[in-house]
Design a protein around this ligand. Structure first.
Ligand code: NAD
Length: 484
């Protein structure tokens, strides 16, 4: 049996205990995986004080010097990729092959990318004709950045905030999800090893309504970057608004895929299996509504259901497994509840939950597993078609025309991303331009380039992250006008 890890807060360069503790579990067995601080106001106050004290020196360093620290952290992380990959899989429930090829390498890339690009970001200047003045802008960091991240891509999403925040010269207090804090804690050890000065990064572990809320409301934290659910995002926005904090919100989705009749089905079906079920459907970008042209609906459904049914579910350490465990028992219950609701609303479950029996290894009998589930015959207004499920469940429906499908795909309060499958380039462009989302993938899914802006519209988000966008967010501009 794996031993229980003891996590601590990381404040002012020291690992410190907290009066209150809580537990987090290995989702694949249900056994306790770690104990962690159940931090509150006192711990957040100490972390913010350390970040405030570290700010003058860190923000005055040349950008290239900060880059050296970040590149060192990246090298150390890469050298311990296997330990981090295994820890992330045990803490989160996803297959270890996935953390090896995605979560941890992407975290390494986050540090390298922002270390290499930020030093080249420039301000602007303008000579005002006839005024004998020259105007230029300087970019300044903002102060202490509060970073709040979710459990679905723990280290990857944390470092997507951390790297640009630190490279811009801010100091940081981060609060990862209480359900997945292990790799965030391990990362702090790398910061010590890399020699990053004390107080530059502080990690406060604990729950959202206590530690997260204390960070959100702290008067010495002028900037908050949040990734998580729309409900929590709305709470954070409500508390932060009267304090005039700079805010970035990356939130939930109800992402559509549009499958036109001229698409290459051989390529489309595997893409959609991935986009519906990778990470047990717990990626904010996962596809949960698939609109298929009526002329190919039956053929698509037969192939898609058969492919979904053939995905192996079980022990995350197995190379053959495509779906590991969902992250927690309450989350599994919520996702199962969505399937129950779909049945009550007239949906037909084609495979997965309630239809197929899940056979699991003995060691995983108490884990939070669920088979990939495909639901059809739902009205567009049904809960399964309108609410974020965030699990291995996707709905398939048919359409007959382009304007109809665009209206239906856009008929949601969310607007994170969409995918379009067609051989007709003009139609692909038309569709992409009409979709009300932050990102559209055409004949592919989840191809990410950190240079390009990422974020959502409507209730999926406020703001964008990416090379330029993160620079904009984590800095503020000052205009200086000189008489010459
Ligand atoms: P969540 O909102 O429950 O929690 C996210 C983080 O916020 C956690 O660290 C949590 O402790 C903290 N938190 C909770 N309540 C808080 C409060 N009152 N004040 C301050 N902090 C608080 O989300 P989750 O369940 O961890 O993650 C899943 C959600 O995240 C899904 O909705 C998913 O779509 C979304 N998500 C969005 C993106 C994106 O880029 N748009 C990426 C990943 C996940």
């Amino acid at each position: 049996m794996a031993s229980v890890l003891k996590l601590q807060n990381f404040i002012n360069g020291e690992f410190v205990d907290c009066d209150e503790e809580m537990e987090s579990v290995d989702p694949s067995t249900g056994a306790v995986n770690a104990t962690l601080p159940d931090s509150g106001q006192k711990e957040v106050d100490a972390a913010v004080a350390a970040a405030v004290a570290a700010y003058p020196a860190w923000s005055s360093l040349p950008c290239e010097k900060r880059a050296q620290y970040m590149l060192k952290v990246a090298d150390l992380l890469e050298s311990q990729l296997e330990e981090f990959a295994e820890a992330e899989s045990r803490d989160q429930g996803k297959p270890v092959w996935l953390t090896r090829v995605m979560d941890i390498p992407r975290a390494v890339l986050n540090f390298r990318h922002f270390a290499n690009t930020t030093p080249h970001m420039l301000g602007t200047s303008k000579v005002l004709p006839g005024s004998s003045t020259v105007n230029y802008t300087v970019r300044e960091p903002i102060g202490v950045a509060g970073l709040i991240s979710p459990w679905n891509l723990p280290l990857y999403l944390l470092t997507f905030k951390l790297a640009p925040a630190l490279m811009s010269g801010n100091t940081v207090v981060a609060k990862p999800s209480e359900l997945t804090s292990v790799t965030a804690y391990m990362l702090c050890k790398l910061f010590v090893e890399a020699g990053v000065p004390a107080g530059v990064l502080n990690m406060v572990l604990g729950r959202g309504p206590t530690a997260g809320s204390a960070l959100t409301l702290h008067p010495d934290v002028p900037l908050l970057s949040f990734t998580g659910s729309t409900v929590t995002g709305a709470r954070i926005a409500t508390s932060a608004a009267p304090l005039f904090k700079k805010l970035s919100l990356e939130m939930g989705g109800k992402n559509a895929a549009i499958v036109y009749e001229d698409c290459d089905l051989d390529a489309t079906v595997p893409q959609l299996i991935k986009s519906a079920f990778i990470n047990q459907g717990q990626v904010c970008l996962c596809t949960s509504r698939i609109f298929v042209h009526e002329s190919i609906y039956q053929e698509f459904l037969t192939r898609f259901v058969s492919a979904a049914r053939s995905q192996k579910v079980g022990d995350p350490s197995s190379k053959e497994v495509f779906l590991g465990a969902l992250n927690s028992a309450p989350h599994l219950a919520k996702v199962r509840g969505c399937v129950g609701k779909a049945l009550a609303e007239g949906g037909v479950v084609r495979c997965g939950e309630t239809v197929d029996e899940l056979v699991l290894p003995e060691a995983n009998a108490k884990g939070f597993f669920m088979a990939p589930t495909v639901i059809t015959d739902m009205a567009d207004t049904a809960a399964c078609m309108t609410e974020e499920i965030f699990g291995p469940v996707t709905c398939v429906t048919s359409f007959s025309g382009e304007s109809e499908v665009l209206r239906r795909a856009n008929n949601t309060r969310f607007g994170l991303c969409a995918a379009v499958f067609t051989a007709d380039l003009s139609r692909a462009h038309r569709t992409a331009q009409a979709l009300q989302v932050g990102t559209v993938w055409t004949n592919c899914w989840l191809v990410r380039d950190l240079d390009l802006p990422f974020g959502g519209v409507k209730e999926s988000g406020v703001g964008r992250e990416g090379t330029h966008e993160s620079w904009d967010f984590y800095t503020q501009q000052k205009t200086i006008c000189m008489k010459i």
